[in-house]
Design a protein around this ligand. Structure first.
Ligand code: UDP
Ligand code: MN
Length: 279
Protein backbone atom coordinates (compact mmCIF):
# COMPACT_ATOMS: atom_id res chain seq x y z
CA UNK A 1 0.00 0.00 0.00
CA UNK A 2 1.17 3.51 -0.66
CA UNK A 3 1.10 6.06 2.08
CA UNK A 4 -1.21 8.96 1.39
CA UNK A 5 0.47 12.31 1.60
CA UNK A 6 -1.44 14.83 3.65
CA UNK A 7 -2.43 17.66 1.29
CA UNK A 8 -2.31 20.38 3.94
CA UNK A 9 -0.65 20.52 7.26
CA UNK A 10 -1.91 23.31 9.46
CA UNK A 11 0.66 24.86 11.70
CA UNK A 12 -0.17 27.02 14.71
CA UNK A 13 1.37 29.97 12.87
CA UNK A 14 -1.19 29.58 10.09
CA UNK A 15 -3.94 30.65 12.47
CA UNK A 16 -4.93 34.07 13.73
CA UNK A 17 -6.98 33.59 16.89
CA UNK A 18 -8.99 36.59 18.08
CA UNK A 19 -10.75 36.79 21.42
CA UNK A 20 -13.35 39.48 21.90
CA UNK A 21 -13.36 41.02 25.35
CA UNK A 22 -14.20 44.25 27.14
CA UNK A 23 -12.64 46.30 29.96
CA UNK A 24 -15.44 45.11 32.26
CA UNK A 25 -14.40 41.47 31.88
CA UNK A 26 -10.58 41.60 31.91
CA UNK A 27 -10.22 40.49 35.51
CA UNK A 28 -13.22 38.17 35.66
CA UNK A 29 -12.63 36.32 32.38
CA UNK A 30 -9.08 36.63 31.04
CA UNK A 31 -7.13 34.77 33.76
CA UNK A 32 -9.06 31.53 33.08
CA UNK A 33 -7.91 31.75 29.45
CA UNK A 34 -4.38 32.96 30.09
CA UNK A 35 -3.70 30.19 32.62
CA UNK A 36 -4.98 27.46 30.33
CA UNK A 37 -5.33 27.31 26.54
CA UNK A 38 -3.60 30.63 25.82
CA UNK A 39 -0.36 28.94 26.92
CA UNK A 40 -0.54 26.77 23.79
CA UNK A 41 -1.05 29.67 21.39
CA UNK A 42 0.58 32.72 22.96
CA UNK A 43 1.97 34.09 19.73
CA UNK A 44 -1.17 33.41 17.70
CA UNK A 45 -3.88 34.72 20.03
CA UNK A 46 -4.92 38.38 20.34
CA UNK A 47 -7.44 39.93 22.72
CA UNK A 48 -9.62 42.68 21.27
CA UNK A 49 -10.81 45.05 23.93
CA UNK A 50 -11.82 48.66 24.53
CA UNK A 51 -9.23 50.02 26.91
CA UNK A 52 -5.46 49.97 27.43
CA UNK A 53 -4.69 47.63 30.31
CA UNK A 54 -1.01 47.51 31.33
CA UNK A 55 -1.52 44.50 33.62
CA UNK A 56 -3.01 42.25 30.93
CA UNK A 57 -0.74 43.74 28.28
CA UNK A 58 2.07 42.28 30.36
CA UNK A 59 0.27 38.99 31.04
CA UNK A 60 -0.26 38.40 27.32
CA UNK A 61 3.14 39.58 26.03
CA UNK A 62 1.52 42.63 24.48
CA UNK A 63 -1.35 40.78 22.86
CA UNK A 64 -4.10 43.14 24.00
CA UNK A 65 -5.47 45.32 21.22
CA UNK A 66 -7.41 48.43 22.11
CA UNK A 67 -9.99 48.67 19.34
CA UNK A 68 -11.10 52.12 20.55
CA UNK A 69 -14.62 50.80 20.13
CA UNK A 70 -17.23 51.69 22.73
CA UNK A 71 -17.32 49.43 25.80
CA UNK A 72 -21.08 49.04 25.73
CA UNK A 73 -22.82 45.79 24.87
CA UNK A 74 -24.50 47.56 21.98
CA UNK A 75 -24.75 45.94 18.59
CA UNK A 76 -22.67 48.73 17.12
CA UNK A 77 -19.85 48.31 19.64
CA UNK A 78 -19.71 44.57 19.02
CA UNK A 79 -19.66 45.04 15.23
CA UNK A 80 -16.91 47.61 15.69
CA UNK A 81 -14.76 45.04 17.50
CA UNK A 82 -15.42 42.34 14.93
CA UNK A 83 -14.46 44.80 12.24
CA UNK A 84 -11.11 45.46 13.91
CA UNK A 85 -10.54 41.71 14.44
CA UNK A 86 -11.21 41.09 10.77
CA UNK A 87 -8.93 43.90 9.60
CA UNK A 88 -6.11 42.74 11.87
CA UNK A 89 -6.42 39.28 10.38
CA UNK A 90 -6.27 40.70 6.86
CA UNK A 91 -3.06 42.54 7.80
CA UNK A 92 -1.53 39.34 9.13
CA UNK A 93 -0.45 36.89 6.49
CA UNK A 94 -2.15 33.97 8.19
CA UNK A 95 -4.27 31.34 6.47
CA UNK A 96 -7.13 31.14 8.95
CA UNK A 97 -9.12 33.66 11.01
CA UNK A 98 -10.67 32.07 14.09
CA UNK A 99 -12.82 34.20 16.37
CA UNK A 100 -13.81 33.31 19.94
CA UNK A 101 -15.49 35.05 22.86
CA UNK A 102 -13.74 35.56 26.19
CA UNK A 103 -15.89 32.81 27.74
CA UNK A 104 -14.58 30.15 25.36
CA UNK A 105 -12.05 27.43 26.12
CA UNK A 106 -10.28 26.54 22.87
CA UNK A 107 -8.84 23.06 22.42
CA UNK A 108 -5.91 24.32 20.37
CA UNK A 109 -4.53 21.02 18.96
CA UNK A 110 -8.05 19.97 17.99
CA UNK A 111 -8.61 23.30 16.23
CA UNK A 112 -5.50 22.70 14.12
CA UNK A 113 -6.63 19.17 13.31
CA UNK A 114 -10.01 20.52 12.21
CA UNK A 115 -8.49 23.17 9.95
CA UNK A 116 -6.24 20.58 8.40
CA UNK A 117 -9.29 19.09 6.68
CA UNK A 118 -9.86 22.27 4.66
CA UNK A 119 -7.85 24.13 2.07
CA UNK A 120 -7.35 27.78 3.10
CA UNK A 121 -7.05 28.70 -0.59
CA UNK A 122 -10.69 27.71 -0.95
CA UNK A 123 -13.67 29.52 0.62
CA UNK A 124 -14.51 28.16 4.05
CA UNK A 125 -16.77 29.44 6.80
CA UNK A 126 -16.68 26.92 9.64
CA UNK A 127 -18.85 27.13 12.73
CA UNK A 128 -22.03 26.14 14.42
CA UNK A 129 -25.45 27.78 14.29
CA UNK A 130 -27.51 28.05 17.46
CA UNK A 131 -30.89 28.12 15.75
CA UNK A 132 -32.57 25.14 14.02
CA UNK A 133 -33.52 26.98 10.84
CA UNK A 134 -31.87 29.75 8.83
CA UNK A 135 -32.47 33.27 10.06
CA UNK A 136 -35.03 35.14 8.01
CA UNK A 137 -34.94 38.91 7.88
CA UNK A 138 -36.82 41.46 5.86
CA UNK A 139 -34.64 43.99 4.13
CA UNK A 140 -36.50 47.24 3.62
CA UNK A 141 -36.49 48.54 0.09
CA UNK A 142 -34.10 51.39 -0.73
CA UNK A 143 -34.73 54.50 -2.84
CA UNK A 144 -33.81 52.62 -6.00
CA UNK A 145 -35.76 49.43 -5.29
CA UNK A 146 -38.85 50.20 -3.25
CA UNK A 147 -39.82 46.59 -2.63
CA UNK A 148 -38.68 44.92 0.57
CA UNK A 149 -37.15 41.48 0.25
CA UNK A 150 -36.97 38.44 2.48
CA UNK A 151 -33.46 37.17 3.07
CA UNK A 152 -32.64 33.78 4.62
CA UNK A 153 -29.20 32.78 5.80
CA UNK A 154 -27.29 30.75 8.37
CA UNK A 155 -24.74 32.25 10.71
CA UNK A 156 -22.20 30.70 13.06
CA UNK A 157 -22.74 31.65 16.71
CA UNK A 158 -19.93 33.97 17.77
CA UNK A 159 -20.03 32.60 21.30
CA UNK A 160 -19.07 29.14 20.04
CA UNK A 161 -16.26 30.39 17.82
CA UNK A 162 -15.91 30.19 14.04
CA UNK A 163 -13.17 30.17 11.42
CA UNK A 164 -12.84 31.78 8.00
CA UNK A 165 -10.23 30.85 5.38
CA UNK A 166 -8.01 33.54 3.89
CA UNK A 167 -9.44 32.96 0.43
CA UNK A 168 -12.93 33.74 1.71
CA UNK A 169 -11.71 36.69 3.78
CA UNK A 170 -10.12 38.18 0.66
CA UNK A 171 -13.44 37.90 -1.19
CA UNK A 172 -15.11 39.64 1.77
CA UNK A 173 -12.63 42.51 1.74
CA UNK A 174 -14.47 44.78 -0.75
CA UNK A 175 -17.64 44.69 1.37
CA UNK A 176 -16.24 44.10 4.89
CA UNK A 177 -12.60 45.25 4.95
CA UNK A 178 -11.23 48.56 6.17
CA UNK A 179 -14.05 49.13 8.65
CA UNK A 180 -16.84 48.43 6.18
CA UNK A 181 -18.03 45.53 8.34
CA UNK A 182 -19.59 48.19 10.60
CA UNK A 183 -21.44 49.72 7.66
CA UNK A 184 -23.05 46.39 6.80
CA UNK A 185 -23.98 45.84 10.46
CA UNK A 186 -25.58 49.28 10.56
CA UNK A 187 -27.56 48.54 7.43
CA UNK A 188 -29.13 45.32 8.67
CA UNK A 189 -29.04 46.35 12.35
CA UNK A 190 -28.05 42.91 13.60
CA UNK A 191 -25.23 41.65 15.89
CA UNK A 192 -21.70 40.95 14.73
CA UNK A 193 -21.98 37.19 14.25
CA UNK A 194 -25.24 37.59 12.35
CA UNK A 195 -23.65 40.28 10.19
CA UNK A 196 -20.81 37.87 9.41
CA UNK A 197 -23.31 35.24 8.26
CA UNK A 198 -25.18 37.82 6.19
CA UNK A 199 -22.01 38.92 4.40
CA UNK A 200 -20.81 35.39 3.68
CA UNK A 201 -24.05 33.54 2.98
CA UNK A 202 -26.21 36.28 1.51
CA UNK A 203 -23.80 38.75 -0.09
CA UNK A 204 -21.13 36.29 -1.22
CA UNK A 205 -23.33 33.20 -1.57
CA UNK A 206 -20.87 30.95 0.27
CA UNK A 207 -22.29 28.43 2.69
CA UNK A 208 -21.56 27.86 6.33
CA UNK A 209 -20.05 24.43 6.98
CA UNK A 210 -21.53 23.19 10.25
CA UNK A 211 -18.97 21.94 12.74
CA UNK A 212 -20.65 20.31 15.71
CA UNK A 213 -17.49 20.50 17.80
CA UNK A 214 -17.86 24.23 18.50
CA UNK A 215 -19.85 24.92 21.68
CA UNK A 216 -21.42 28.02 23.21
CA UNK A 217 -23.33 28.42 26.44
CA UNK A 218 -26.55 28.48 24.44
CA UNK A 219 -26.26 24.69 24.75
CA UNK A 220 -26.74 22.82 28.01
CA UNK A 221 -23.08 22.05 28.54
CA UNK A 222 -23.51 19.32 31.13
CA UNK A 223 -24.96 17.14 28.36
CA UNK A 224 -21.58 17.01 26.59
CA UNK A 225 -20.13 13.53 27.00
CA UNK A 226 -16.79 13.39 28.79
CA UNK A 227 -15.56 10.67 26.43
CA UNK A 228 -15.78 13.17 23.57
CA UNK A 229 -14.02 16.13 25.18
CA UNK A 230 -10.86 15.46 23.20
CA UNK A 231 -12.83 15.81 19.97
CA UNK A 232 -14.41 19.14 20.84
CA UNK A 233 -12.92 22.36 19.49
CA UNK A 234 -14.44 24.85 21.92
CA UNK A 235 -16.32 24.97 25.21
CA UNK A 236 -17.97 27.77 27.16
CA UNK A 237 -19.78 28.54 30.40
CA UNK A 238 -22.27 31.05 31.70
CA UNK A 239 -23.49 32.19 35.03
CA UNK A 240 -27.23 32.00 35.41
CA UNK A 241 -29.36 33.51 38.14
CA UNK A 242 -27.92 32.93 41.63
CA UNK A 243 -25.21 30.27 41.66
CA UNK A 244 -26.71 28.37 38.83
CA UNK A 245 -23.90 27.95 36.24
CA UNK A 246 -24.16 26.33 32.84
CA UNK A 247 -20.87 24.43 32.84
CA UNK A 248 -19.23 21.34 31.41
CA UNK A 249 -19.60 18.33 33.72
CA UNK A 250 -16.07 17.25 34.58
CA UNK A 251 -14.18 16.08 37.66
CA UNK A 252 -11.03 17.82 38.70
CA UNK A 253 -10.62 21.04 40.62
CA UNK A 254 -13.33 22.04 43.08
CA UNK A 255 -16.17 24.25 41.88
CA UNK A 256 -14.79 26.92 44.17
CA UNK A 257 -11.31 26.84 42.62
CA UNK A 258 -12.56 26.35 39.10
CA UNK A 259 -16.14 27.59 38.68
CA UNK A 260 -15.84 27.80 34.89
CA UNK A 261 -14.27 24.30 34.69
CA UNK A 262 -11.49 25.56 32.36
CA UNK A 263 -8.69 24.36 34.66
CA UNK A 264 -10.30 20.94 35.02
CA UNK A 265 -10.89 20.66 31.27
CA UNK A 266 -7.34 21.74 30.54
CA UNK A 267 -5.86 19.14 32.89
CA UNK A 268 -8.20 16.46 31.56
CA UNK A 269 -7.14 17.16 27.98
CA UNK A 270 -3.47 17.83 28.77
CA UNK A 271 -2.47 16.10 32.01
CA UNK A 272 1.16 17.07 31.54
CA UNK A 273 0.45 20.80 31.34
CA UNK A 274 1.93 22.97 34.04
CA UNK A 275 -0.48 23.76 36.90
CA UNK A 276 -1.95 20.27 36.50
CA UNK A 277 -1.60 17.87 39.40
CA UNK A 278 0.30 15.17 37.49
CA UNK A 279 1.55 12.17 39.38
N1 UDP B 1 -18.66 42.00 25.21
C1 UDP B 1 -18.15 43.20 24.78
N2 UDP B 1 -18.68 44.36 25.30
C2 UDP B 1 -19.68 44.35 26.22
C3 UDP B 1 -20.18 43.10 26.66
C4 UDP B 1 -19.67 41.94 26.12
O1 UDP B 1 -17.25 43.23 23.96
O2 UDP B 1 -20.11 45.40 26.65
C5 UDP B 1 -18.10 40.76 24.67
C6 UDP B 1 -17.69 39.80 25.76
O3 UDP B 1 -16.38 40.07 26.18
C7 UDP B 1 -17.84 38.46 25.07
C8 UDP B 1 -19.00 38.69 24.11
O4 UDP B 1 -19.09 40.10 23.92
O5 UDP B 1 -16.68 38.10 24.33
C9 UDP B 1 -20.30 38.14 24.65
O6 UDP B 1 -20.57 38.71 25.90
P1 UDP B 1 -21.28 37.90 27.07
O7 UDP B 1 -20.64 36.55 27.21
O8 UDP B 1 -21.27 38.78 28.29
O9 UDP B 1 -22.78 37.80 26.60
P2 UDP B 1 -23.58 36.72 25.75
O10 UDP B 1 -23.93 37.43 24.49
O11 UDP B 1 -22.69 35.55 25.51
O12 UDP B 1 -24.73 36.39 26.61
MN1 MN C 1 -21.11 34.67 26.58
Amino acid sequence: ATATIAPFSTDLDDVFISVKTTRHYHHSRLPAIINTWFQFAKDQTWFFTDRDDPYFHNQTNGHMINTKCSSSHSRRALCCKMSVEFDRFLESSRKWFCHFDDDNYVNVPRLLKLLDNYNPREDWYLGRPSIPTPLEIVRQGSESSKRSQKVRFWFATGGAGFCISRALALKMTPVAGGGKFITVGDRIRLPDDVTMGYIIEHMLKKQLTVIDQFHSHLEILKFLNKDTFHDQVSFSYSKGPRDDWNIVKIDGFSIRDDPKRFKSLHCHLFPQASNCPHR
